[in-house]
Write a new protein. Structure first.
Length: 155
C-alpha cells in the first residue's frame, strides 16, 4: 500500500481526541473507503479502517472484523482498532449502550404501533381475525401471534 497516499486522507489527531479522522470518501454510515491496488490496473475499494489495521498492525485473520474502541466510524487510528468476531461487535455495542431497543415500535421493520396492538387484541372475539388482519393491513398469522402474545409480549 502507498502509505503517503493513505495518510493524506487522514486529519491529524487533535488534543481533545486521539482519533485519526478519515476525510476522504465515506459510505452512508461514515466509514472511510479507500482504493487499494490489486494488480497492474486493478483496484479494490476497502474500508479505510481495515486498510489502516493491516498497514500499521498486521494481517486480519480470516473471518474476523476490525472493530473500533472509540466508536467513531471515520477513525483510522490503529491504536483504536482491534479484531473480533461479529458476536464481539454485538457484545461491544450492548456494553457501550449503542444497541437500540429493538422491540415494538423501535424495531425498524414494525408496521404497527402499540396502539394498533392494543386495538387488535380488543377486537379479538368482536370480529373475525382475518378481518382484523385486513383492517390493519397485516397477515393473519401476525394477528394470531399478537393475540396469543407470542409477539408484542411487552404490551
Amino acid at each position: 500500500m502507498d502509505r503517503d497516499r493513505f495518510m493524506c486522507k487522514v486529519a491529524p489527531a487533535s488534543s481533545e481526541c486521539d482519533c485519526w479522522m478519515w476525510i476522504a470518501s465515506k459510505n452512508k454510515k461514515g466509514y472511510g473507503m479507500f482504493g487499494v491496488k490489486q494488480g497492474f490496473k486493478s483496484w479494490k475499494i476497502e474500508y479505510a479502517h481495515r486498510v489502516s489495521y493491516r498497514e500499521f498492525v498486521g494481517e486480519i485473520p480470516q473471518g474476523l472484523l476490525v472493530l473500533h474502541k472509540c466508536d467513531t466510524p471515520s477513525c483510522v487510528n490503529p491504536d483504536h482498532l482491534f479484531v473480533g468476531t461479529n458476536q464481539d461487535n454485538c457484545d461491544d455495542k450492548w456494553r457501550k449502550g449503542r444497541q437500540a431497543d429493538q422491540i415494538g415500535e423501535n424495531n425498524g421493520r414494525s408496521v404497527l404501533t402499540e396502539f394498533d396492538v392494543i386495538r387488535i387484541r380488543s377486537l379479538n372475539g368482536v370480529m373475525e381475525r382475518k378481518e382484523i388482519a385486513k383492517r390493519f393491513n397485516v397477515s393473519l398469522p401476525l394477528v394470531h401471534k399478537i393475540i396469543n402474545r407470542r409477539l408484542w409480549k411487552h404490551i
